[in-house]
Ligand binder design. Sequence first.
Ligand SMILES: Cc1cc2nc3c(=O)[nH]c(=O)nc-3n(C[C@H](O)[C@H](O)[C@H](O)COP(=O)(O)OP(=O)(O)OC[C@H]3O[C@@H](n4cnc5c(N)ncnc54)[C@H](O)[C@@H]3O)c2cc1C
Length: 429
Amino acid sequence: MDSWQSPIAPGISWYQATVGERPAYPALDGSKSVDVAIIGGGYTGLQAACNLAKAGVSVALIEANRFGDGASGRNGGQMGTGQRWWPEDLEKEIGYERSKALFDMAEDAKRYLLDFAETHGIDMDYMPGQMNVSHKPGHDRDYRANAEIAAERYGYPHIAFMDAQEAAERLGTKDYYCGVRDTGTGHIHPLKLLVGLARAAHAAGAHIHEMTKATAIRQAGGKTLVDTPAGTLTADRVLIATNAYIGDLEPKTAAHIMPIGSFIAATAPLDDFPHVIPGGEAVADSRFVVRYFRKSKDNRLLFGGREVYSSRDPRDTANAIRKQIVDTYPALRDVEITHAWGGNVGITMPRQPFVREVMPGVTSIGGYSGHGVMLSNYCGKLYADMVAGKATDLDHLASLKIPAFPGGRHMRTPLLFLALTWFALRDRL
Ligand SMILES: Cc1cc2nc3c(=O)[nH]c(=O)nc-3n(C[C@H](O)[C@H](O)[C@H](O)COP(=O)(O)OP(=O)(O)OC[C@H]3O[C@@H](n4cnc5c(N)ncnc54)[C@H](O)[C@@H]3O)c2cc1C
């Protein structure tokens, strides 16, 4: 088993235990000149590197830790459909045309990801189905409308309404009042995808380096320079793909993308509890502090949620998530929790992705707000298309209004913490 502990996220995940071989890539050793330098080796950065290399562009990617140590190797694996917002809600903000364009883009992202995995022989344990469920009564009409609007206005006929009884049968808990079931999407083993993606980028000829942290980005002589302790990358263009882990590296990205801890626990296989999600779909509920859960290929429950606390001890994570599991599935009160881990989700104020040129030739992409499994892969690919001079759907994202978090550098984390605590309290009412 891979016992590597990510230095930036707590706990060793069940994904690590089951990913199989996870090759190590060398740290940068000396300076290099390339067409494109990429900072961050999650889905966004590695997809960009893979596609740029395939297009014959010279590209070097640096990752401060190991590939998959950020969100891409540790997430809930739910692909979802559309953007983070329901399209009918997005429509009220930006109008039907733009909302439809973003919905179609997400469908392209879904197809792209499944095709990419198939083309590169990546077995990412894909399992079909996803359910969104309401933890409060009185929303039947909204959920019914969601299915109808998807079919009639967005050309997506795969979502069906579930009343309380159907939701209870399909989830194996009476905790939810209604929901929708989407048979046009599914869920994956995120680290298997990430490891396969790094292999594909390397095979395509990208220079990819682990354990190499960018310490500064500067501009001189029409080029952008990315400093690391082991040398400097000099490039015509730079992609910042550090998402929630930006730290102090680049202030505009840091002002717009805020890290929020999210935690997952894996149970032992649930062979004695066939009533738990018998159809194997993934589930996300309507709480502001979303609970998201699913069965793994080997029949475990992978249950994710968030607690407003700061411990990095996996035992605390396991205890906190156990409470939520038992809340939802009382019969699992004594089930063993075998793994518990966490990671940072990168959120933006309006919960829509952040795509911006933050310095001449330096693009920052991230802030998928918990909806990045398919979007981050696709945005990395679209970035490569953009470098090749193609008009891409990245423009739809770049045109979204993403304000910075209020409060400036020192106040924004405490302010967000207060807001989240308030919303978490409201979830319990
Ligand atoms: C617990 C959890 C559950 C989630 N569940 C879901 C889900 O079910 N569905 C969904 O769609 N999305 C989910 N997400 C979100 C999704 O995982 C992300 O949107 C996506 O993985 C973002 O990929 P990325 O490549 O942009 O960032 P990341 O994967 O976070 O990669 C950024 C990388 O940049 C590196 N880095 C940072 N600073 C530097 C530096 N200075 N130099 C070099 N490298 C640096 C980091 O080490 C990191 O590896 C979840 C996230 C978490 C944490």
